[in-house]
Design a binder for this molecule. Sequence first.
Ligand code: ADP
Ligand code: MG
Length: 461
Amino acid sequence: MKGRLRSSVGEDVYSSWFARMDLESVQDESVHLSVPTRFLKSWIQTHYSDKVLSCWQAELPEVSRIDLTVRSPVRCAAPAKDVPAPVESRRDEQRPTAERSNGAVPVSASHDALGGSPLDPRLTFASFVVGRSNTLAHAAAKQVAEGRRGDPVMFNPLYIHSGVGLGKTHLLQAVTWAGNAGNERKVLYLTAEKFMYGFVAALKTQTSLAFKEALRGIDVLVIDDLQFLQGKTTQAEFCHTLNALIDAGRQVVVAADRPPSDLESLDERVRSRLAGGLVVEMAPLGEDLRLGILRSRVVAARAHHVSFDVPQPVLEYLARTITHNGRDLEGAINRLLAHSKLNNQPVTLEMAEHEVRDLIRPSEPKRIKIEDIQRIVARQYNVSRSDLLSSRRTANVVRPRQVAMYLAKTLTLRSLPEIGRRFGGRDHTTVLHAVRKIEGLVSKDTTLSDEVETLKRQLQE
Ligand code: ADP
Ligand code: MG
């Protein structure tokens, strides 16, 4: 039956749309088939329902109806065996001869089909400054970029997370540039939004086939800002893509602003698959690293503006005071450059203090983590962190636990169910109860409200 369909629609169409179609049952005159996503279902229904029916009728004349349903749940954690793996031979067989004759398909071709995200030529390994907070992420990214086609994949996916402006995009684009430089492998960089947009656009213009083909033909898929991936269909497609690529030994690199466990809108199976590779956090930039980044920015600026220079004391001042974000370091140098060019003046400390004063935000709120809350609350009340997560119900543990849940709700953006999970798998109603309880108490009990204030201050430091 599958063979008949395959020869009827052609190999390309078949492997894109029907490879994941399963037969559920045949009953009298109706055939029940299933596919893993709604997207596939609607596509097959609108474009191929007659084909499918006539193929069945050729074998079983009594069949008069095809029922197509979406299989659930999405089998993300299990290797997707029925999936056409993105193996090399497939590409070579299917590429039109014109493309095959000159070797690999040009990168831009797949970028077009996929709506690949534009790359910034400045974001390379050469301009990436390595320091204590990003050593591991840098080493892992380098390793990925230097991999050769066919090399065993060491960690898959590579998942990098950090707060904003700490170099995730820089590192991911560096991997893309370096990986594509050899022309041997194809590295595709997509923001999560582009990934989604690619699908929607492909659906509208009916080029999904090209999209899927292009996705299969790449060696390294790089996805930036994964926290923006939304929508059930896209998630299912992402999940499938992830499985297919990883199972075929292709590398996947992902960046997000939080660890996989905190990507609340994502399906549990996607989260666990993401957490199953190497997860690396990049810490805030240390002062040395900030100094290094400033220096490299000055060097880059001097390539076009030979007379531009920033004296050492100014660099040190900037590195000491602009603490939160790589983007502001870049902004500071740009302003000094603009100011000294326009006024034809050398850069001085006084000028720097004046020019960058709004970039110095001492009270920049920092990203507070549930683990930090648990650690600091445990220390304050002299219990252990595992006590807080345990099921013990003695008063000396219950109150600190409630305080910690309350702080988790008020100081982070985590949802009640997520907080419950992170406190030993409790129900969200338990968390809600704790939050209400402490809210009620702090308005009456000054000792407790002082304690809570102290804890907040410690956490925000
Ligand atoms: P993110 O994607 O984590 O929000 P970006 O990669 O966009 O951060 O980095 C913000 C800015 O800081 C960019 O201009 C980037 O080049 C710079 N930057 C961050 N970390 C480094 C680093 N280690 N070396 C050089 N530049 C860096
Ligand atoms: Mg980024």
